[in-house]
Design a protein around this ligand. Structure first.
Ligand SMILES: Nc1ncnc2c1ncn2[C@@H]1O[C@H](COP(=O)(O)OP(=O)(O)OP(=O)(O)O)[C@@H](O)[C@H]1O
Ligand SMILES: [Mg+2]
Length: 271
């Protein structure tokens, strides 16, 4: 399965306007206003039942996922490992509402999201889901801080608040001195940290990561894994990470292996 197009950021495809400044009406509602200071995000409960996915290719049906069942409790941090081609990314994309299952149920805090209209789904995705991919899909023409502000601007968070939050989380990932660099002016590890910051800035209810450090050297990857999990613990997002990286899988409190047909079974953390 291919990853979503590089731009606009994954999950924002339906609503991103080109210019982060231009797309925000002044005086827009402030979704964060009601949050107590120091609030951490609240993870979603996600329940997947008898979920199946078929693709059709050259007129031939390809059954990739036949029976996926999974319950993620709020704040769960779960790794999914498994052989190449078994359907891990397919599963992640469906959970992220970037693709629909052929059958089965996905409940998000008790709500059946597979029945949402495309418009409602796009809004839901922007509000509730964060994505991190191997290839980070940063917008090349925008700076680090603008890239991280983007999800907040899409949600009509006032520009000043969005910028403050973006600066804050970029500081947490060690990039306070790179705020105005464009992606091409950042190292691979720095770009990946910007992508993490962007995915986490709104404290998503569900954070999905597909090989989040797949293209980094081992030391950089390990540092980022630890940072990623630490930030997520603070925020409390429900986290699902697909990876072939045994070190990352070992750091996660729970590890599942996807086997043929998409069944998930408890696994030792050796991808
Ligand atoms: N759009 C599509 N149309 C047809 N077949 C597809 C499509 N997307 C993915 N597939 C097939 O579905 C299967 C599962 O792909 P998927 O990308 O989910 O695997 P994966 O477990 O993530 O593998 P890897 O570990 O290599 O990333 C593969 O055999 C792939 O060829
Ligand atoms: Mg994959």
């Amino acid at each position: 399965m291919t990853e979503p197009a590089p731009s606009p950021p994954p999950g924002d495809a339906d609503v991103v306007a080109g210019d982060p400044a231009g797309s925000v009406p002044s005086g827009a509602a402030e979704p964060d206003a009601a949050r107590p200071a120091g609030r951490t995000g609240v993870g979603a409960r996600v329940e997947v039942t008898a979920m199946a996915k078929e693709y059709e290719h050259d007129g031939i049906k390809l059954s990739v996922l036949r029976e996926v069942n999974l319950v993620l409790e709020p704040g769960d941090m779960v790794a999914v490992v498994g052989a190449s081609g078994v359907g891990k990314s397919t599963f992640l994309q469906i959970l992220g509402t970037l693709d629909l299952p052929t059958s089965g149920s996905i409940k998000f805090d008790g709500e059946e999201i597979t029945r949402f209209s495309p418009t409602r789904l796009a809004e839901f995705r922007n509000r509730k889901i964060g994505f991190v991919f191997q290839f980070h899909h940063l917008l090349p023409e925008f700076t680090a801080v603008e890239n991280v502000m983007m999800p907040a601007l899409i949600q009509r968070v006032p520009r000043r608040t969005a910028e403050a939050r973006a600066r804050d989380i970029l500081g947490r990932v060690g990039l306070a001195h790179r705020l105005t660099h464009r992606p091409s002016e950042l190292s691979g590890g720095e770009q990946q940290r910007v992508a993490l910051a962007r995915a986490m800035v709104l404290e998503p209810a569900l954070l999905l990561a597909d090989e989040p450090t797949g293209n980094l050297d081992r030391k950089t990857g390990t540092d980022i894994h630890e940072l990623f999990l630490e930030l997520n613990r603070e925020r409390g997002s429900t986290l699902l990470v697909v990876t072939h990286n045994p070190e990352l899988a070992r750091l996660m409190p729970r590890c599942l292996r996807m086997i043929d047909g998409g069944r998930l079974e408890p696994a030792e953390a050796s991808a």
